[in-house]
Design a protein around this ligand. Structure first.
Ligand code: PLP
Length: 428
């Protein structure tokens, strides 16, 4: 049997760091990454035959669990018709109709191949629409790896200590203004100075790339007000939160309507898909309707659309998201009780189907500075020991956890039993 450690060594020969996306590398976790062979429901199975209860869900898409039979069937049904045509297809219209039905803030939507493409294109559109260059983002928010957005970013960029990447021209980074998350006063101050130069605010309406940080009351509403006042475009990056925090995403959950929304992850059902959409007036500036160019050879791919439509149709079922949020609550409360009982300083935060675990004495974590002041070594020990208990958490203290409808009460109980043992070992 080839072990994960051997496969990682082989992978490192021709793949930078052995991975095709940095956070998969388990860097800082003092052990090689686990190589997964297959997955089903709430479980991952590694190449050595071990089973893990998975709280990563391919970083978000697998909201009904892995290898969902309905999603697989939808892909299988289309497979023999061909992989890609580079022409319009009826299934793209079905996807667009579905997105616009679920998210009333979207009149027009364009499909792309990743969350990065969605945010990059939305930024270009906001700049083209307003004729302004500056953009405002928040410290520790991650919007993919396009140049304008890789400034003080979260996720793998933060995990690997490079929140602002070399390779991003200073002249471009200058146009990106980064403010503290959840700090409306800082936003108001910034706009009082340069508001008329700001094309857009882009925000994760629940921050999920510096662990899980919900917006404080009034923050999103305040961003809406400021954008209205200065004619700037409000972009919600719902690549992670879309269809997860609620069916209608964070915008439905918190009742704040953006001008543009970026989607990814769940919208593709596990296939490489992203989307951006919003107000007709703004979206009409996209090529071929308008002058702002954006395109994609494989955009709207029929297999990807089939997977996404099957998944979105499934999670529209009445009560789906309430049940998901209930599972997250059970997990978080259970972890809290056990950490408290063991005397491990830890808190949890959550929003709908996503959650975070912070090793800290703080009672709440609201921004990047607080997130990065948490105990990284305690997280590393927790992560590694949980993995040994058969629980797969994101290998970084700066990533949110994801629940799926495939997680049974028994899976949650097994996770809590594992955590109890791990907390006990952490105080020894
Ligand atoms: N935006 C957010 C909020 C994300 O969490 C991510 C990825 O995790 C992205 C954008 C980038 O998406 P992708 O990795 O599909 O390019």
């Amino acid at each position: 049997m080839t072990t994960s450690a051997q496969l990682f060594e082989q992978a490192c020969r021709h793949i930078p760091g052995g991975v095709n996306s940095p956070v998969r590398a388990f860097k800082g976790m003092d052990r090689p990454p686990v190589f997964i062979e297959r997955a089903r429901g709430a479980y991952l199975f590694d190449v050595e035959g071990r089973r893990y209860i998975d709280y990563v869900g391919s970083w978000g898409p697998m909201i009904t669990g892995h290898a969902d039979p309905e999603v697989l069937a939808a892909v299988r049904e289309r497979l023999d018709d061909g992989l890609s045509f580079g022409t319009p297809t009826a299934i793209e219209t079905r996807m667009a109709d579905l997105i616009c039905e679920i998210l009333p803030s979207i009149d027009l939507v364009r499909m792309v191949n990743s969350g990065t493409e969605a945010t990059m294109s939305a930024i270009r559109l906001a700049r083209g629409h307003t004729g302004r260059d500056k953009i405002v983002k928040f410290e520790g928010n991650y919007h993919g790896h396009s140049d304008s957005l890789l400034v003080k970013a979260g996720s793998g960029a933060l995990t690997h200590g490079e929140p602002s990447s070399p390779g991003v021209p200073a002249a471009l980074a200058e146009h990106t203004v980064t403010l503290p998350y959840n700090d409306l006063e800082a936003v108001e101050e910034c706009f009082a100075k340069i508001g008329n130069e700001v094309a857009c605010i882009i925000v994760e309406p629940v921050a999920g790339n510096m662990n899980c940080i919900p917006p404080v009351p009034g923050f999103l509403e305040g961003l809406r007000r400021v954008c209205n006042e200065y004619d700037s475009v409000l972009i919600f990056d719902e690549v992670m939160t879309g269809f997860r925090v609620a069916l209608g995403g964070a915008q439905a959950h918190y009742g704040v309507s953006p001008d543009l929304t970026c989607l990814g992850k769940i919208v593709g059902g596990g296939m490489p898909v992203g989307a951006f959409g919003g107000k007709r007036e703004i979206m009409s500036r996209i090529s071929p309707l308008g002058p702002v160019y954006q395109a994609g050879t494989l955009a709207g791919n029929p297999l990807a659309m089939a997977a996404g439509i099957a998944l979105l149709s499934k999670i529209r079922e009445e009560g789906f998201h309430d049940a998901l949020a209930q599972r997250v609550e059970t997990l978080c409360n259970g972890l809290q009780e056990r950490a408290d009982a063991a005397g491990v300083p830890m808190i949890t935060q959550r929003a709908g189907g996503m959650f975070g675990v912070f090793f800290t004495e703080q009672s709440q974590v609201e921004n990047f500075a607080q997130a990065t002041s948490c105990d990284a070594e305690a997280f590393r020990r927790f992560f590694s020991a949980m993995l040994d208990q058969g629980v797969y958490l994101a290998p970084s203290a700066f990533e949110a956890g994801f629940m799926s409808s495939a997680h049974t009460p028994e899976d949650i109980q097994a996770t809590l039993d594992g955590a109890e043992a791990v907390f006990a070992s952490m105080t020894r």
